[in-house]
Design a protein around this ligand. Structure first.
Ligand SMILES: [Ca+2]
Ligand SMILES: [Ca+2]
Length: 282
């Protein structure tokens, strides 16, 4: 029955213009023409019976075993072609599989190397951080600062420290400068940083000099970093600056004035707040 269907399929193809070549079997010359689909031959287990005559060829009976041999030859030929193709493809597939395995191995090796490099980089970063810290310690020490950790580091990366020895404005200014810094200026005119560092001053429970004065020109206040103050934005205590007695040119944070600013006599002795810029800007 299986071959019956193959023959039907074969004949359907032939009905569109193909003709099965002459076949010889058991010394008998046979010619087979397939009819179109409406007038096809019918196969039994042993014999092909024709239907009505087709338009393109004489009808005839075909012994099943002859057709069977033809189909076998046809299938054998196709099988041989497929086998030949598979033989050609097989090494390619095998080579591709090997290439994939090689790529997997290479990928794993690369990943291992990347991990090693990342570890090395982290190690170098750690060494660099230690070297930088050591270098900074040396630089601070060269300025007379033995432990920078006793200074408060604010959000602007600058360091601040309240010194409790009571000195004039000029001495306070010189002391801060000797440490490589200045009386607090940039940080104190910044509202956010001022909020951060004001507790340092309050802990001293006393007045403290900051880096602001109108020594050079009355009522023109200059910060120690050279910036001219916007007087209206300076957090003065009410009624200040008043240049009391005509001789107040230096500014301090006044504990008795709600920790707001007051112009004071420069020769008054106060605590003072120093400011250091971060090394390397970081
Ligand atoms: Ca003044
Ligand atoms: Ca005053």
């Amino acid at each position: 029955m299986y071959f019956t269907w193959i023959l039907v399929i074969l004949c359907v193809g032939i009905s569109h213009g193909q003709r099965i070549p002459d076949e010889s079997s058991q010394g008998q010359q046979m010619h087979l023409y397939c009819t179109n689909r409406d007038q096809h031959s019918v196969l039994t287990d042993q014999t092909v019976f024709r239907g009505k005559s087709g338009p393109r060829g004489p009808p005839g009976e075909v012994e099943y075993h002859i057709i069977n041999e033809t189909i076998k030859d046809y299938l054998t030929d196709i099988s041989g072609q497929i086998q030949a193709k598979l033989t050609q493809i097989s090494p390619i597939v095998e080579k591709s599989s090997e290439d994939i395995e090689d790529l997997k191995a290479a990928s794993g090796h690369t990943q291992t190397k990347l991990t090693e490099i990342e570890t090395d980089i982290e190690g170098l970063k750690s060494v660099m951080a230690q070297m930088q810290e050591h270098l900074e310690t040396l630089i601070w020490a060269s300025r007379g600062i033995t432990n920078i950790k006793t200074w408060y580091r604010a959000g602007n990366n600058n360091y601040y420290k309240l010194f409790s020895d009571l000195v004039t404005y000029a001495v306070a200014k010189a002391n801060c400068k000797r440490l490589g810094g200045q009386l607090a200026s940039a940080g104190y005119r910044d509202e956010d940083i001022r909020r951060e560092i004001l507790p340092l001053v309050k802990s001293g429970r006393s007045h403290a000099w900051i880096g602001l004065n109108d020594i050079r020109q009355e009522n023109t206040f200059i910060w120690e970093d050279g910036v001219t103050a916007n007087v209206s934005s300076v957090p003065w205590h009410d009624g200040e600056p008043n240049n009391h007695g005509g001789n107040e040119d230096c500014v301090d944070i006044a504990s008795g004035f709600d920790w707001e600013l007051n112009d004071n006599t420069c020769s008054v002795k106060n605590k003072y707040l120093c400011e250091l810029e971060a090394l390397f800007g970081i």
